[in-house]
Design a binder for this molecule. Structure first.
Ligand SMILES: O=C(CO)[C@@H](O)[C@H](O)COP(=O)(O)O
Ligand SMILES: [Fe+2]
Length: 227
């Protein structure tokens, strides 16, 4: 089943608890952590994640766009995140870090920026619960979807099938009613949407509509979605 994860980055940061509640019914709440070093933007950190975890029943999907995730990622598990994504480009020891995230009780996920290929990480995929393919350069919400990422999504779906993995394949950046079907057909099964959800008049309805679109595109593409 296709999963829709609204990105809190596009919400009103002065009303985070209400904004989290506005999308209850979503599969996960996507929380973009940016440190102004790995990306040229600064958002929120561990204390805010702790508060969000108390404010909503929706599990938190933390996307860490930070340097030194080896040091920081475990703290986001302790703060209450159910899934923690670190960037391949920033991690010093991705296998050790994925194992540590899992050992602490969260799903371990790794993200690839647009120019980072998936192939060098093929042997590492069994260590992960999810791979995130960025479909914009990380750092900001509201950017245009990069169509040139579709072949990478397709190749990753083939690697998942080749190794018989349970790995979820997430896309993040510019995902909307206009682009979600192409992502689903290419093989994505977890969809982050910021402006397409929080920019809608009814964010909860936007989540439902995106999920319906993704599910029918997945069904017609014919690859099996494992959840
Ligand atoms: O990680 C990021 C941006 O770096 C994303 O999670 C954005 O927050 C998605 O926003 P939209 O592109 O959907 O508006
Ligand atoms: Fe994100």
């Amino acid at each position: 089943m296709a999963q829709i994860n609204p990105s809190i980055l596009s919400a009103d940061f002065a009303r985070l608890a209400d904004e989290a509640k506005a999308v209850e019914g979503a599969d996960w709440l996507h929380v973009d952590v940016m440190d102004n070093h790995f990306v040229p933007n600064l958002t929120l950190g561990v204390p805010v994640v702790e508060s969000l975890a108390r404010a909503t029943d929706t599990p938190l999907d933390c996307h860490l766009m930070i340097e030194n995730p080896d040091q920081w990622a475990p703290q986001y598990v302790e703060a209450g995140a159910g899934s923690v994504t670190f960037h391949a480009e920033a991690a010093a020891a991705p296998v050790r870090l994925a194992r540590e995230i899992r050992a602490k009780g969260a799903r371990a996920s790794m993200a690839l920026k647009p120019a980072t290929p998936v192939e060098p990480y093929e042997d590492l995929l069994p260590e992960l619960d999810m791979l995130l393919i960025m479909t914009v350069e990380p750092g900001f919400g509201g950017q245009a979807f990069l169509d040139i990422m579709l072949p990478k999504i397709r190749r990753t779906r083939q690697l998942i099938a080749k190794h018989g993995l349970e790995l979820w394949l997430q896309v993040d950046g510019g995902v909307s009613a206009a682009t979600i079907e192409r992502c689903a057909e290419a093989g994505a099964d977890v969809f982050v949407a910021g402006s397409a959800v929080y920019g809608a008049n009814d964010p909860a309805e936007a989540v439902r509509a995106l999920r319906t679109q993704a599910q029918s595109a997945t069904a017609s593409a014919g690859w099996a979605c494992g959840h």
